[in-house]
Design a protein around this ligand. Structure first.
Ligand code: DQA
Length: 156
């Protein structure tokens, strides 16, 4: 079975109470259960949140070693962490899919959020749909690994 790491960067454990006008009121636990529900037994999931850049990089190295696809919300690291970018490049360079996700649409926000140093080495980017950004990323991973789509066994 295909493996999937879902990794969340800094401050995302505060979802639910963190700037709800921007990020909504769903907690990280809510997002994880939505992902688990959609995934069913199509992929083997692992979830991690960390505020620490080195830990996040280590998780990506682990994804390379275990041949795990990745859904990553790099949070503020998106905008400046070249070290995280290089780790993401290791994942996609190994032929694995890495989807960058954001709850908000950073392009509709402050200027400093308009740049992502991650996007150039990601397989794709989904932003602006709240918790659904993660679920949409999962749908794409499932499509790529050839699992059943929602509701029936046909591919869309
Ligand atoms: C975020 C957007 C980033 O700019 C911000 O620093 C975050 C969350 C999002 O999911 O919308 O922490 O990645």
């Amino acid at each position: 079975m295909a493996r999937l790491l879902v990794a969340h960067g800094p401050n995302l454990q505060r979802l639910g109470s963190r700037e709800p006008e921007v990020y909504g009121t769903a907690t990280l636990a809510d997002i994880e259960s939505a992902i688990r529900e959609r995934a069913g037994d199509t992929v083997e999931l692992s979830f991690h949140q960390t505020d620490d850049e080195a830990t996040l990089i280590g998780l990506l190295h682990g994804a390379v070693d275990s041949r795990s696809h990745v859904i990553l919300n790099p949070a503020a690291f998106t905008h400046y962490s070249y070290a995280l970018r290089d780790a993401c490049a290791l994942v996609t360079g190994a032929g694995l899919t890495l989807i960058e996700v954001h709850l908000s649409n950073p392009h509709a926000r402050e200027e400093f959020r308009h740049q992502s140093v991650i996007s150039g080495v990601a397989s794709g980017v989904i932003a602006g749909f709240g918790p659904d950004s993660y679920v949409l990323a999962l749908e794409q991973i499932i499509t790529l690994v050839g699992g059943p789509s929602r509701g029936n066994n046909e591919r869309h």
